[in-house]
Design a binder for this molecule. Structure first.
Ligand code: KIV
Length: 275
């Protein structure tokens, strides 16, 4: 009983939402990565990653689809269970897949499954102002939440492709307002994907909750990348923000460690990774 309390006094206490808030306050960068199985989970833990996401990107890197749309809740739960078994210190977050949060009740039921069956400590959903009511409802039930803004891969068929978001002033201001509204509704973390670096910096300044970026510039409170991109496993053309950490390293653990160090020391992302 109270394993978490015993571990709190260990040399590697588990990361929780308070740790992440403190890191933002103290200016320590949050290193985050996706993961889909227990073996890699043990490696990302050993590399001292702070936050691990079982992303619906598993649809692309594990299942071979060209978008995240086909991924089901059961798929995420399956991978989340495996990842949870491999982790001790990192904070585990899981994606709510496409169309699993269309009403307050459906969202709550599915978030509970991700936490109870999958072992997730936080759920992530994509959306702007339209998700405020859902976020408020989940937060009222003490579901820890990450709101994903900017490029929203689940909306790719509606928006017309994987494109940088928030380039125009009006869209940028709307995104910043959405981020504030989601924070005020109870989101504990905001994740920004594929936006101009200046907008990433502005939103991070405006919010008191931690902001994690992927292709959102160097000034967010933390960075996240897809594990298979870090390890140069993903074939084909890579997004601008991807950096191959296997270059110069002889093992996946060394590559992941190099990524964590680059985030912590602010060496990543460099100007060539930014929009
Ligand atoms: O599913 C995923 O891997 C994600 C990251 C791109 C942040 O949402």
């Amino acid at each position: 009983m109270y394993t978490q309390l015993q571990l709190r006094d260990s040399a590697r206490p588990p990361v929780n939402v308070s740790t992440l808030r403190r890191m933002k306050e103290q200016g320590e960068k949050i290193a985050s990565i996706t993961c889909y199985d227990a073996s890699f989970a043990a490696l990302v833990d050993a590399a001292d990653v702070d936050v691990v996401l079982v992303g619906d990107s598993l649809g692309m890197v594990i299942q071979g689809y060209d978008t995240t749309v086909p991924v089901t809740l059961d798929n995420v739960i399956y991978h989340c269970k495996a990842v949870a078994r491999g982790l001790v210190r990192p904070f585990l977050m899981a994606d709510m897949p496409f169309m699993t949060y269309t009403s307050r009740e459906q969202a709550l039921q599915n978030a509970v499954r991700l936490m109870q069956e999958g072992g997730a400590k936080m759920v992530k959903l994509e959306g702007g102002a339209g998700q405020v009511e859902i976020v408020e409802f989940l937060a009222k039930h003490d579901i820890p939440l990450c709101a994903h803004l900017g490029l929203k891969p689940q909306s790719v068929h509606k928006t017309g492709g994987f494109r940088v978001q928030g380039r125009e002033d009006a869209a940028a201001e709307q995104m910043a307002r959405d981020a504030e509204a989601l924070q005020d509704a109870g989101a504990d973390i905001v994740l920004l994907e594929c936006i101009p670096a200046a907008l990433g910096a502005a939103i991070t300044r405006r919010l008191h909750v931690p902001v994690i970026g992927i292709g959102a510039g160097p000034d967010t409170d933390g960075q996240i990348l897809v594990l298979y991109d870090v390890l140069d496993i993903t074939p084909g053309r890579k997004p601008r923000f991807v950096r191959n950490y296997m270059a110069g390293h002889d093992s996946p653990l060394a590559g992941i460690r190099a990524y964590v160090e680059a985030v912590k020391s602010r060496a990543y992302p460099a100007p060539e990774h930014c929009f």
